[in-house]
Design a binder for this molecule. Structure first.
Ligand code: MRU
Length: 321
């Protein structure tokens, strides 16, 4: 099974997702600050995976005898949007213990629970997928973004395993290309029929009747169902509504933030402009090109036909408490 993280010899190793799929390299982290750096630089990415990594970061800190309050602070500051990061750190904090073995056991439990939630999301979600469906997805929400199997891509995996005869349209997902690099890598790995497409193709495919279902993951779901996910997700939801196509979000309970009444309150990460102006380190924009690069957008709950969780499938109007 593909996995983004492994605990080895008292350290956390991250599969370097910045260089996949052409190179497969692992980076070893031996401090909480190192793990935070790995999260910030997107060596590991995807909401559930960064939560799991942060929990292991605390295990390393406890093992090293680092100041745990400081370690928690550094990890919390790594990325702002995915609530799974804060959810996992809250779980470690709730132990009220600096015992390294206990923190490590909790990190492993968070990882194992995530895998089980994903398998359950896959089962619930696959029931919604029509036989022979063309499914459009964005970003990477698979094994590489989670403890394994995935959320939205987990539903696709489960539907494929159930013999639904599906085909996937995988959006490139500029600027970081998680769809082209990572989702395509997973779909090739699992031999699931698909085509990678550039992000601008979604509307014309829908108009041509070539999309039956749209599914995406989530970084944070507010109490009213408004959902933050990779930039471009909202655009797909608007398009799906216009073309009468179901639009689903798949996420485990660790992605819900019922403390926020609506999506306007979700902090949206703004990343460096070089993600837009440069490709593979090569400048493709003019010097001094001004850039706006939010990593996520918010899809209003009313545009989401289904929210698929490990507990089952929810439909609008949403009210998560
Ligand atoms: O910036 P990223 O790659 O961390 O963004 C990832 C996404 O937006 C995913 O769709 C989301 O985290 C769900 S992963 C199961």
């Amino acid at each position: 099974m593909l996995t983004p993280l492994r605990w080895h010899d008292g350290a956390l190793e991250m599969l370097d997702q910045r260089i996949l799929p052409t190179r497969v390299e692992w980076i070893r982290y031996t401090s909480a600050a190192g793990v935070a750096e790995g999260i910030r630089e997107m060596v590991v990415r995807g909401a559930p995976a960064i939560g799991i990594a942060a929990a292991y970061g605390m295990a390393i800190a406890a093992q090293n005898g680092e100041d745990l309050v400081e370690a928690d602070k550094v990890l919390r500051a790594s990325r702002p949007t995915a609530v799974n990061l804060f959810w996992a750190l809250d779980k470690i904090q709730a132990l009220e213990s600096g015992d390294a073995a206990l923190i490590l056991a909790t990190a492993k439990e968070i990882e194992q629970d995530d895998l089980e939630m994903n398998l359950s999301i896959g089962r619930h979600g696959a029931e919604l997928i029509p036989q022979g469906a063309n499914i459009l997805t964005i970003c990477n929400t698979g094994a590489l973004a989670t403890a394994g199997h995935g959320t939205a891509l987990g539903v696709i995996r489960s539907a494929h395993a159930e013999g639904k005869g599906i085909h996937v349209w995988s959006c490139e997902t500029r600027p970081r290309q998680q769809g082209l690099r990572l989702t395509a890598f997973e779909l090739v790995h699992d031999k699931i029929p698909f085509h990678s497409i550039s992000d601008g193709m979604a509307a014309s495919l829908m108009r041509a009747g070539k999309v039956d279902f749209v599914i995406a993951g989530a970084d944070r779901i507010a109490a009213n169902g408004d959902t933050a996910n990779k930039i471009g997700t909202y655009m797909l939801a608007v398009l799906a509504k216009h073309h009468g196509i179901p639009f689903a979000i798949a996420a485990p309970s660790s992605t819900f933030d019922p403390t926020l009444a609506n999506g306007d309150l979700i902090p949206i990460e703004e990343r460096t402009g070089t993600e837009i102006t440069h490709i593979e380190g090569v400048q493709v924009a003019p010097d001094n090109c001004p850039v706006f690069n939010p990593g996520f957008d918010v899809t209003p709950g009313e545009l989401i036909s289904y929210i698929i969780t490990e507990k089952g499938v929810f439909k609008p109007p949403y009210s998560f408490r």
